[in-house]
Design a protein around this ligand. Structure first.
Ligand code: SAM
Length: 228
């Protein structure tokens, strides 16, 4: 499905979120240590937008590797990396977030933006993210969520169920993809329920930062020291 919409994906992201996804993505910068060069792994990297927004921040990212299952999404991402002459710093590879080819204990930061709800087995993916991280390394998961306020939630669901699938289907030419989007967001655990999954995978300092009335949430957590 992502192969089919790859060419229009960035445009649709920006327009259907009214540009809000940019500030949600930038929020991750606040969680990056600024005192050392960082090795970043971005899972379900798609067209590499999350990596590019982090590289523009003030943390020093010495190496970033993005993994995804969609070759077409990766190709769009590789084009963006080439355009910006970032080929030495950023590599995009085929890889499954449930069994990532990255080695154990190698990343300072693991990110996954708007990707975790697409992964078939979330607990397995969380364990694999912990495996990749150094002890004390940080996991940042950005994902769509549902606003807790009932009135705002009602308005949002009207947009999400009736407007977004039509607009997304019309621009991308793939109605299925944008129907899939609203179904996955409505059924995916968010807030405390997702924090609980992160704790069950063995992460500590788990936090959820709800943004824009709760339509997106940044979950952060740390791999405990001693959990090699
Ligand atoms: C909504 S896009 C998000 C892309 C990107 N992270 C972003 O922030 O725009 C979801 C991506 O997850 C990828 N994906 C789905 N399941 C995956 C898995 N098991 N492992 C790796 N990537 C996966 C899809 O191919 C797609 O590129």
């Amino acid at each position: 499905m992502f192969d089919r919409i790859a060419g229009r994906y960035d445009f649709l992201n920006r327009s259907l979120s009214f540009g809000r996804d940019v500030s949600w993505r930038k929020r991750i910068r606040q969680h990056l240590p600024k005192d050392k060069p960082l090795m970043l792994v971005d899972l379900a990297t798609g067209t590499a937008d999350q990596i590019l927004f982090l590289l523009e921040g003030d943390a020093e990212i010495s190496q970033a590797v993005g993994y995804d299952l969609s070759e077409e999404m990766l190709e769009v991402g590789r084009g963006k990396i080439k355009e910006r002459n970032l080929e030495k710093q950023v590599t995009l590879l085929t890889g499954d977030a449930m069994a990532c080819p990255a080695e154990d204990d190698t990343a300072d930061i693991v990110t996954i933006s708007f990707g975790i709800r697409n992964v078939l087995d979330v607990p397995t993916a969380l364990l694999d993210m912990k495996r990749i991280l150094h002890e004390g390394g940080k996991l940042c998961i950005l994902e769509c969520s549902l606003p807790p306020n009932k009135v705002i939630r009602w308005g949002y669901l009207m947009y999400f169920r009736h407007v977004l699938p039509k607009l997304g289907g019309w621009v991308s030419g793939d109605a299925y993809a944008y129907n899939y989007l609203n179904k996955t967001v409505e059924t995916f655990p968010c807030g405390d329920a997702f924090c609980q999954l992160m704790r069950e995978a063995g992460f500590e300092q788990v936090q959820a930062d709800a943004m824009t009335f709760g339509v997106a949430t940044l979950y952060t957590a740390v791999k405990p020291v001693g959990d090699a």
